[in-house]
Design a protein around this ligand. Structure first.
Ligand code: FAD
Length: 449
């Protein structure tokens, strides 16, 4: 019987294993150096915040793996020998495989800052990072201040975690406005304001120079590059992005760039070796997507797709229209299709924007100025329906259509204040149009065409 070995028990590796089991009788082994059982990485923050226990983040009961004949091996893979088809572990053990799936995820970026390996400095990626945070920042007596370096989605989660224990936070962000390489200026400015409202000391256009140690090798302070200012702190969170976790492949024959290079079938340059999830890098980007996509649902999709191929139904990875969602403290964010920041926007792309006068709510709709084709939408503080935007993007609807039927797309419960009329009024005024809003129709919402 063929032996399928999967390195990594995150969403991509586990999804591949589950779907291979559904469709075959192969022997399956999942290897992980982090935890024995799969857990939801995206829920890590809620453990520290006291909303969940670690057990609550495990989607499957411990008996699930035995019952489904999926073997779990704990250990760190040090080397892959693709000629012999074996894996060597840190503890000197080894196993052989017939087909190998590498799903080793990401690791937090470290840019060689002096002091980056001191006690009290951590990323926020692995379960061990959370344990480290719990040890170094259990409360605001032990941790008088934390400094977070890098203003992305994980940085803002870490800030929220620390603030939930009333630990003062200084947040160093290289850009002159939060996440403005991704978000349009209106949205980025709103998030800046929201961060400050949460009593977070947001420092824009600010870089870390070094982390200083006390006499016991623990973090004492950081120095700011631009001003030389010293900020005393007990914890430094490094959240300046992530990189594929593939250092252990250095001496192998598997072709890598920033990640493990794969084709549309998630095959590497070596026969019977595949890569999925955060560690995989497409040779050529799919549409406007990045070559490496470090998000949960694409890991799951790659796992499902590859399981088909491994079970004899060769299937290309086709992720469809881009979407994503996240939370900036109290503000929910959703994006469908492509809305680029002012910097990333192409010549033909233009925005229609609306912002609530008092609340932290806004939308940006991106469309093609000449054809009026709808390209994408960002919403903050307003929940939208994924399937509707997916359909409208596939059907190449116009901006005018999207506004006319906007009520169909809204997912907020009935008792929420709805803003479609105000949004449409602004569009009509700016564009000299006379579009009127259609009443929400469940029939249209659930129709496929
Ligand atoms: C705090 C946080 C919040 C996030 N929130 C969101 C979100 O809201 N939405 C979203 O879409 N995405 C989010 N992400 C990103 C998302 O979690 C990742 O894209 C996803 O978990 C990657 O899954 P993966 O299976 O590719 O890898 P991983 O989940 O990283 O799993 C890889 C596993 O392989 C193990 N491993 C690595 N190397 C070896 C080795 N040599 N030997 C043995 N084992 C090894 C690792 O220890 C790890 O357990 C978040 C990430 C973090 C850290």
């Amino acid at each position: 019987m063929e032996h399928i070995v999967i390195i990594g028990n995150g969403i991509s590796g586990v999804t591949a294993a589950r779907h291979i089991r559904k469709n075959s009788d192969y022997k399956i082994t999942i290897v992980s150096a982090e935890t024995k059982y799969f857990f939801s990485r995206t829920a890590l923050m809620y453990i520290y915040m006291g909303h969940l226990t670690f057990k609550h983040t495990q989607p499957y009961e411990n008996w699930f793996w035995d019952k489904n004949r999926i073997e779990l091996k704990e250990g760190f893979v040090k080397k892959i020998n693709t000629n012999e088809k074996t894996l060597d572990f840190q503890d000197s053990s080894s196993i052989s495989y017939d087909k190998l799936i590498i799903a080793t995820g990401s690791k937090p970026n470290k840019f060689g800052w002096p002091g980056q390996d001191l006690e009290g400095v951590m990323g926020m990626y692995h379960k061990q990072d959370l344990e480290n945070l719990e040890k170094n920042a259990p409360n605001n007596d032990v941790c008088k201040r934390a400094v977070i370096v890098g203003g992305g989605l994980i940085g803002i989660e870490l800030a929220e975690m620390l603030r939930s224990r009333k630990i003062p936070v200084t947040f160093l962000v290289r850009e002159d406005s939060f996440w403005n390489g991704v978000l349009p200026a209106q949205e980025s400015a709103m998030i800046n304001e929201h961060i400050k409202e949460h009593h977070i000391d947001l420092r824009l256009s600010t870089n870390l120079k070094e982390i200083k140690s006390d006499e016991n090798g623990k973090v004492k302070s950081i120095i700011i590059e631009e001003t030389g200012e010293e900020i005393f702190c007990n914890v430094v969170g490094l959240t300046a992005g992530v990189t594929p976790n593939i250092d252990f492949l250095k001496d192998s024959k598997i072709e890598t760039k920033r990640g493990i290079l794969v084709n549309r079938f998630l095959e590497t340059n070596i026969k019977n070796v595949f890569a999925i999830g955060d560690c995989a890098e497409q040779h050529e980007a799919i549409g406007q997507r990045r070559n490496i996509e470090a998000v949960w649902y694409t890991g799951r999709m790659m796992g499902e797709t590859l399981a088909q191929t491994i079970c004899g139904n060769k299937t290309a990875y086709k992720p469809g229209h881009w979407f994503n969602s996240a939370k900036f403290l109290d503000i929910e964010y959703q994006t469908y299709g492509w809305v680029f920041s002012e910097r990333g926007k192409k010549e033909n792309e233009t925005y229609f924007q609306w912002q609530h006068p008092k609340d932290f709510k806004c939308i940006t709709i991106s469309y093609d100025e000449s054809t009026r084709k709808f390209l994408g939408i960002n919403t903050f503080g307003i929940r939208m329906r994924h399937e509707i935007f997916d359909k409208w993007l596939t059907q190449n609807k116009t901006i005018e259509f999207v506004l006319e039927y906007l009520a169909d797309a809204n997912f907020d419960p009935e008792f929420y204040k709805l803003h479609e009329s105000e949004i449409l009024e602004k569009f009509n005024k700016e564009n000299n149009t006379n579009i009127s809003l259609r009443k929400k129709s469940w029939k249209r919402i659930f129709s496929k065409s």
